[in-house]
Design a protein around this ligand. Structure first.
Ligand code: SF4
Length: 257
């Protein structure tokens, strides 16, 4: 499959389905993926065994981001969002909290109207430093693909211990200052049916969403080729049906088909 790996600390800007003109920051290794999930739909592909834990340094991130923001300011092309994403899970970086502080300072100086966003699988949010850093950004976009442990195991393949109950408990601590992000998909994996759009799944997902009570919800589906074959996109009509159920509960829901 065609994987997308970033070889730059700062990449883009790219036109994002969800975030507008987004300048990306990759804290993970260049040219290889590092994540504590191994999602069957990951655009970076499957995790590879023995992947080195090499992170882009705090200094490199700061210097590169400052140079890019200066250039964008001169060209009057400032981004809507500065987004931490890249080749894996950004909160795994040992200096994640300090990098967030640097980034907010640079944003304030060069692009005060841009949001700082972090796309995260929420697994590290139990660490106080990571949690506090996520609270500082404009949009902490935290993944939860199902309210059932078995489905998360199937879709996201956490590489360590994981429980939906624990993650929900951590998400509740954000007191609404977070975005809940869920990938909906269908298909088959190793002879098992995968479908988190089934009624039982969506009912449970809504219960969990109510418990977390996020400021907003983003739902999306597969956009590109996936590492696991035999996965299918969910139609925009189905996504809208799911979104409408959440909207009926009073949530703002963004749909990307
Ligand atoms: S959490 Fe994100 S980076 Fe990690 S495997 Fe899943 S989609 Fe890929």
């Amino acid at each position: 499959m065609a994987t997308i790996l970033f070889n730059d600390v700062v990449f883009g800007p790219i036109k994002s389905r969800r975030l507008g003109i987004s300048l990306g920051i990759n804290l993970l290794p260049d040219y290889s993926k590092l994540c504590n999930f191994n999602c069957i739909y990951c655009e970076c592909g499957w995790n590879r065994k023995g992947e080195k834990k090499e992170f882009n340094s705090r200094e490199d991130v700061k210097v590169t981001l400052e140079a890019k923001l200066k250039e964008m300011a001169v060209n009057n092309e400032l981004p809507d969002t500065i987004t931490f994403s890249g080749n894996g899970e950004p909160t795994m970086h040992p200096d994640f909290a300090e990098i967030i502080d640097d980034t907010i300072a640079l944003r304030d100086k060069y692009a005060p109207s841009a949001n700082v966003s972090v796309l995260s699988n929420a697994t590290m949010s139990g660490r106080e430093k990571v949690f506090n850093a996520l609270l500082k950004v404009d949009r902490a976009i935290l993944k939860l693909d199902s309210g059932f442990d078995e489905t998360v195991q199937l879709i996201d393949k956490p590489q360590g211990s994981y429980s939906v109950a624990t993650v929900v408990k951590r998400m509740k601590k954000f007191n609404g200052k977070m975005t809940l992000q869920t990938m909906f998909l269908k298909g088959e994996l190793d002879g098992k049916r995968v479908d988190n759009t089934e009624k039982i799944e969506v009912d449970r997902w809504l219960e969990v969403a109510r418990e977390i009570n996020p400021r907003e919800i983003m739902i999306y589906t597969i956009d590109r080729e996936t590492p696991a074959p035999n996965l299918q996109k969910v139609s925009i009509e189905e996504l809208e049906k799911i979104a409408n159920r959440a909207r009926e509960l009073g949530y703002t829901v963004q749909v990307s088909g």
